[in-house]
Design a protein around this ligand. Structure first.
Ligand code: ADP
Ligand code: GLC
Length: 483
């Protein structure tokens, strides 16, 4: 049966991006479309969002709301995006805030959710499932089950909620309730109430029939105190509603054999061509290029620089790291503390650390192609996309065995020669150090290294498999809604 899905989230390629959510919302609707389903994706139109669609007006019944322009744009057969154009909410320098969150974020994203449901109601179409992503879309199922519960066409939609990151909980003072036109009874322990505040994330979870997260291991981890960020009780109480669906990757956008950002394309049988990307990368990052530097194993990092990503382990190794025989190419932006750590390393050892603070799509591709190894020592990682991009680019990941990193990378076994990367388990600098040493030893043997690279390149991380899993869960949510 062909399903009609209303999807809501805060960022999606090619319209906006700060992290992996944008990659997922850019690719999943298209993968569902290829399976014959219809998808309407509703996201904000931000300052830098380019649109080529047609305008329509919907009425959004929120205080300070009213007539709202939306841009409808087809993306593929059966798949369209609806961009909510409300300049006073979204036409700003950044997506979530400059340095700290914008104080009206509850309104900005509450508005998005309400607009998505109004669009569905006013478009005259039918929808089987509401699929909301992360706290920014958490109020969509809440509105659906309250304000739209008796709507003749959309009131019976099933709801599925995907957690991309439990660390962001959308927690706000409870006086937002009136401003967001939420009925007072949602402020309860079974509703949005969380430690005396409102949590949009909790709303998304509690008002949905099915909850998913982006890897099977993270789905288990978040039911424990260590990884549950206060939600372990809520999630472990619903074990039969919670599923882990591994993200796929966009294999067109991330394809070393046809990547317009690379000086020379390459594949499994022409790995020597990575050298051209390496040279271009080192040139782009600045600094002197010596023969020795071209020989040394190059470790890439492309990341939001936040606590989640494990760079405090790197901070513990600042004295040893420059002596280890690696070079590093680092691209990232985020918390001042982590930015400073990398910038200081770059300033102290310019020959070893090339560091760029900022967001740069081309450089991200060049690092994936030009590096030998890719480092993700995450404290927790719901899925992680860069380790999959790395494997596809013949760049061997060094990762902490958590969440999606555990599920996508197989630890290299020195005895059998099997594996696709290097994993460490304990969240300690010593364990990271040992993984780096193992990687350097393997790198010194070109035959072993090539085997590792090719094993990674053979992995299938395409979206079609994950999209099929979502379809099964949509069907399950629909079935649950009928009982
Ligand atoms: P997260 O969503 O937690 O940031 P993921 O690994 O799922 O982690 O996705 C991160 C995405 O954002 C990847 O596509 C990565 O290439 C991209 N990215 C992160 N930081 C930068 C940056 N500074 N410049 C360009 N791309 C970046
Ligand atoms: C989040 C997670 C990341 C995941 C991404 C897409 O930002 O931090 O691990 O890959 O969402 O699901």
């Amino acid at each position: 049966m062909s399903l009609s899905v209303l999807m809501v989230g805060s960022e999606a390629l090619p319209f906006s991006k700060t992290g992996g959510l944008a990659d997922v919302l850019g690719a999943l609707p298209l993968a569902l479309g290829r399976l014959g389903h219809r998808v309407t994706l509703v996201v904000p139109k931000y300052r830098y969002t380019q649109t080529h669609g047609t305008s329509a007006t919907i009425h959004v019944p929120l205080r300070g709301g009213g007539d709202t322009r939306v841009v409808e744009q087809p993306l593929a057969e059966g798949v369209r995006v609806v961009l909510v154009d409300r300049p006073e909410l979204y036409d700003r320098a950044s997506i979530y805030g400059m340095g700290s969150d914008y104080p009206d974020n509850p309104r900005r994203f509450g508005y998005l959710c309400r607009a998505a449901l109004e669009y569905a109601a006013q478009s005259g179409g039918t929808f089987d499932v509401l699929h909301s992503h992360d706290w920014q879309a958490g109020l969509a199922p809440v509105y659906l089950r309250t304000r739209y519960a008796t709507h003749p066409r959309i009131g019976k939609m099933a709801s599925i909620f995907t957690i991309h990151n439990l660390a962001y909980q959308g927690s706000f003072p409870s006086d937002w309730i009136g401003l967001l036109d939420l009925p007072p009874d949602v402020v309860s322990i079974e509703g949005l109430e969380f430690w005396g505040r409102l949590s949009f994330l909790k709303g998304g979870i509690n008002y949905s029939q099915v909850i998913t997260t982006v890897s099977p291991t993270y789905a288990k981890e978040i039911q424990t105190e260590e990884y549950g960020a206060g939600f372990d009780g809520i999630l472990s109480a619903r074990p039969t509603d919670l599923f882990g669906v591994l993200n796929g990757i966009d294999t067109d956008r991330w394809n070393p054999a046809a990547d317009a950002y690379l000086p020379e394309p390459y594949d499994q049988d022409s790995l020597e061509m990575k050298a051209a990307s390496r040279r271009e990368l080192l040139e782009a990052m600045g600094g002197r290029i010596s023969a020795e530097k071209l020989q040394r194993p190059l470790v890439g990092v492309v990341s939001r620089l936040v606590d989640q990503k494990g760079f405090d382990l790197v901070a513990e190794l600042v004295d040893q790291l420059p002596e280890l025989g690696f070079s590093f190419a680092v691209l990232g932006t985020g918390d001042a503390r982590h930015e400073r750590m990398w910038s200081d390393l770059g300033a102290a050892h310019p020959d070893r650390f090339a560091v760029r603070i900022g967001f740069d799509e081309r450089l991200a591709h060049l690092i994936e192609a030009g590096a030998d190894m890719f480092l993700m020592p995450s404290r927790f990682e719901p899925c992680g996309l860069n380790q999959m991009y790395s494997m596809r680019y013949g760049t061997v990941p060094i990762v902490r065995a958590t969440g999606g990193l555990e599920d996508t990378v197989t630890d290299y076994n020195e005895r059998t020669g099997q594996g696709t990367g290097f994993k460490f388990k304990a969240y300690t600098a010593a364990a990271l150090f040992e993984a780096l040493e193992r990687a350097r030893t393997a790198f010194a043997n070109p035959i072993i290294w090539k085997t590792l690279q090719q094993a990674g390149m053979r992995q299938d991380f395409s979206w079609d498999r994950s999209a099929r899993e979502y379809v099964k869960l949509y069907e399950s949510a629909i079935a649950r809604g009928k009982t």
